[in-house]
Design a protein around this ligand. Sequence first.
Ligand code: SF4
Length: 367
Amino acid sequence: MSDAVLGPGVPPPPDVLLEVRDLRTYFHVMDGTVPAVDGVSFSIKRGETMGLVGESGCGKSVTSLTIMRLLDIPPAEIASGEIWFDGRDLLRLPESEMREVRGNDITMIFQEPMTSLNPVFTIGDQIGEAVQQHRHVSKKAGWDRAVEMLRLVGIPGPERRAKQYPHEMSGGMRQRVMIAMALACDPKLVVADEPTTALDVTIQAQILELIKALQQETGAALLLITHDLAVVAETVQQAAVMYAGKIVETGSVEDVILRPKHPYTEGLLRSIPSHVARGQRLNVIKGTVPNPFRMPVGCRFEPRCPYAFEPCHDHEPPLQAPSGDQSQGVACWLHVPEAQRPGRAVAPASPPAPSQPVVPVESVSRQ
Ligand code: SF4
């Protein structure tokens, strides 16, 4: 992952598959405007895997739906930004071209397969139809590809299973079908939105392993949307942490999990139950996410941040490299040199120690 550094209208270099620049997606509702995604920028190189992590309502799913252009406009509005995919800005494509991109070059795996699969068509028909539409092949070729994909995702007896309906399969099996459907057309990018949240823990681990193995086999890039840091730790190379519509920290998974710099990331990691000894109270991030109709003017995490100091209330911190390392980014005044802070504010006496791992990585990984 690299930061978006090029000017407006300039495509990213060819090795960058997806580059989102200063994306703003707002929802206009009766009570006002909700800035669900508010100035988000990130990029994914070809074949790279990236996790977008944050709690419910932080804007991560809206980011993915904006990339796919699957939002209802209105009430949604893509107020500004660029989404460069394979050399084209998706926000400028006519809907007919976008339909070709969707399901062919970019595919999605959703959280609950039962709501994504059609209950009145067989599994084979549904996968086969997607292949027919996007590959312009015969019905037989589509069906054969469906059987091949079911075999690839580890479904036993794929010829027989292809003739079954979604309700005849377990939750884990249906999610395998969704993965088969997502990969059937050899996409360049797979967007997986909470792909294991609706599954029980043992099946979650199998599905994550499958996604990882198939991603490596096919070479597709992966954008994994999740609230679960354990899923990110196990599955992807890069991570971006979102809070209240903004990315607050980015970097390699090792950096973000072992050496978090943003107090919100640190709080998320300290809240993982396996980090707490038996009988001890669980750590929590105090307070609640801000009211989307009245976002704080300065840092959006300020009302909950144990390290908040002078500039945080009135000035929004920029997302920038904390130590000249362009592969990392953090939006926090603690990591901006004193001379560049508003009013040259002095940081509190005991800021977080970024060089110390907050939690051992094995305690983040799934038990
Ligand atoms: Fe906390 Fe201030 Fe950093 Fe925001 S900018 S996370 S309030 S220290």
